[in-house]
Design a protein around this ligand. Structure first.
Ligand code: ZN
Length: 421
């Protein structure tokens, strides 16, 4: 009996991957400057699911480009942001949530919208909330009225929360909760935001395999011997982590180089192992917002959410304190500067890797512009950026460069100034 169990376990590991060694998902990022576009979505390698989610993303992007993208004005640049949440429950149930945000000088208020996809990878079908739980309709209405009293429109509520309409309700679930989502105007007036109703599981119709997640990580700083005489640059990577990040760190290791990775908070949980690898190899993490919204346009509360949520998820997951911030789109105002209590780091060499997408061209541009003391901007979400480093790093080694993190570069500058005094 025991043997059979072990055999089954091994087979499961072979085909779906054991949790502890589960392959990290691939999160696709689309970042464009003008208009502002920041989109993230998971690629699951389940054809039916990927087709549906991609279709949804591309439709929104198309609609945005058509309706808003040309409406530049003094009041601002149009912006589309699609954030995601992605979890696989019990190695079987894929939960994907998209939070769409559209702002444009032509809109009185930004548009906010949620969309969810829940997929059963064993039965190979999309699930409705009825498939997983027998919810009590009276109880849902009661909860909504108690928690969102000032927002709820009674007619809309009674028309939406019905037995017949349950299959259309947006939802996700975890081991402990099912969460229902309602977009503005669905059951509320337009001036209320998205409603998110979390209900503890009762009458669950499915069985969820319990997973053990090991979050412990003992972060230890890696101290390097820094030279104050060698020409030195700081390499920085924005918009990651991604499936290329680990490869980039492996390459940096070969040349005794380290870098600062300005990461997005929304990807931290999906790339936990990659980030542990980044830190264990003497690199540094910086904050690049939670989901790449343009920070200059946010309310004080939204701004702190973007920054604090990223710092917090990194602290909780990696036990690491982030001290540096790189604003999205490199866009910073005096007002924003005043509100942020972190060190803001820009750059003075732009490799244009996001635009060139050609290893040789990126390498040529970078090597032409590099000088002692420069901070170099790259993005670890493109394969061509990784390929360009295979040209850049050996050349810089030949020229005697030392490649360090932003904090190490600052330290070297301090030591150089001190030795002059
Ligand atoms: Zn960015």
């Amino acid at each position: 009996m025991k043997k059979k169990f072990l055999f089954l376990f091994l087979i499961t590991c072979l085909f779906v991957g054991c949790h502890s060694k589960m392959k990290e998902p691939y999160i696709e990022g689309i970042i464009e400057n003008s208009p502002r576009i920041g989109i993230h979505y998971p690629v699951t390698n389940i054809k039916e699911l990927d087709e549906k989610t991609k279709e949804y993303i591309l439709n929104i992007k198309k609609k945005f480009t058509h309706e808003f993208a040309n409406h530049f004005s003094l009041k601002g640049i149009p912006e589309l942001n699609i954030d995601y949440e992605y979890t696989v429950i019990g190695n079987r149930y894929y939960n994907i949530l998209f939070a769409v945000f559209i702002d444009s000088p032509t809109l009185a208020h930004p548009i906010n919208e949620i969309k969810t996809f829940v997929y059963d990878s064993v039965e190979k079908k999309f699930l409705t909330v009825e498939d997983i739980s027998s919810l009590n309709i009276g109880k849902i209405k009661e909860e909504l009225l108690t928690n969102y009293k000032d927002c709820i429109l009674l007619t809309e509520l009674n028309n939406t929360i019905t037995k017949e309409n349950l299959q259309n309700i947006k939802f996700t679930f975890t081991n402990d909760f099912v969460t229902l989502y309602f977009n503005p105007y669905e059951i509320t007036s337009g001036n209320c935001n998205i409603i998110k109703l979390k209900i503890p599981h009762s009458n669950l119709k499915i069985e969820i395999e319990k997973e053990e997640i090991n979050h412990t990580f003992d972060y230890k700083p890696v101290y390097k011997n820094l030279s104050i005489t060698k020409p030195t640059i700081a390499l920085t990577f924005d918009d990651g982590p991604s499936k290329y990040t680990k490869q980039i760190v492996e390459l940096l290791n070969k040349y005794n180089a380290s870098a600062t990775f300005f990461i997005l908070g929304n990807k931290v949980k999906n790339y936990e192992e990659t980030l542990k690898y980044v830190l264990s190899n003497g690199n540094e993490l910086g904050n690049h917002s939670y989901n790449h919204k343009d920070l200059t346009k946010l309310s004080k509360e939204d701004l702190y959410n973007q920054i604090d949520m990223t710092n917090q998820v990194v602290k909780d997951t990696l036990n690491y304190d982030i001290k540096l911030l790189r604003p999205t789109y490199g866009s910073i105002t005096k007002n924003l500067q005043k509100k942020i209590e972190m060190d803001i780091i820009l750059w003075n060499v732009d490799t244009y890797d996001w635009k060139l997408r050609n290893a040789k061209k990126i390498a040529d541009k970078t090597l032409t512009d590099i000088k002692d003391g420069k901070v170099v901007l790259m993005h670890d979400i493109y394969e061509t950026t990784y390929e360009s480093l295979k040209i850049i790093l050996p050349e810089l080694e030949k020229q005697g460069y030392q490649i360090v993190t932003v904090s190490e570069l600052k330290e070297i500058e301090r030591l150089r100034n001190e030795s002059k005094e």
